[in-house]
Design a protein around this ligand. Structure first.
Ligand code: FES
Length: 167
């Protein structure tokens, strides 16, 4: 979605219109766009601004404040590592560091092959199973550093199988 084609313009316009009767439609509009496209680049924010009358500055502020929204495309697998207090005291920093080491990226970045994104999250409501990691919404409880290695390996093996099956 680097340059908006007419189909994207039409769809984003439709999403904006969907919430035109709402008093505070911005979060709903941005959520729908994030779900539909996977990210919300500046040109989309400008179009939303044009359609809703909400300033680009306000839209940009919301997109960059909430980790659910992204300015750039996310990977096929989005690894959310909770760094909230309960997770942090149970070793969440070592867990996210291991993901970063194995995938050669930092939190907020995506691997060059587009497979993985690592996000540092605040409490995801799973403190009882800290440290918690979520991958595409699936929660992994009590994650350990050695389980990080196993988990990444499982995803890579699954990807290889998909590639083989597609040949
Ligand atoms: S602090 Fe991690 S789930 Fe609550």
């Amino acid at each position: 979605m680097a340059k908006l084609n007419s189909a994207a313009v039409a769809q984003i316009t439709e999403i904006c219109n969907r919430y035109k009767d709402e008093k505070t439609p911005l979060m709903m509009i941005l959520s729908d766009i994030q779900n539909e496209y996977g990210y919300i680049p500046l040109e989309v924010q400008e179009l939303v601004s044009e359609k809703t009358g909400i300033s680009v500055a306000e839209i940009y502020g919301v997109v960059t404040f909430y980790s659910f929204f992204s300015l750039t495309p996310k990977g096929k697998y989005v690894i959310g590592c909770c760094l909230g207090t309960a997770c942090y005291v149970k070793g969440a920093q070592q867990v996210i560091d291991k993901f970063c080491e194995l995938l050669h990226i930092q939190p907020g970045q995506t691997t060059d092959d587009g497979l993985f994104t690592i996000d540092a999250l605040r409490c995801i409501g799973a403190c009882g199973i800290a440290p918690a990691v979520s991958i595409n919404g699936k929660v992994y409880p009590k994650m350990t550093v050695s389980q990080v290695t196993e988990t990444v390996a499982q995803y890579l093996i699954a990807e290889e199988k998909l590639k083989e099956a597609a040949k």
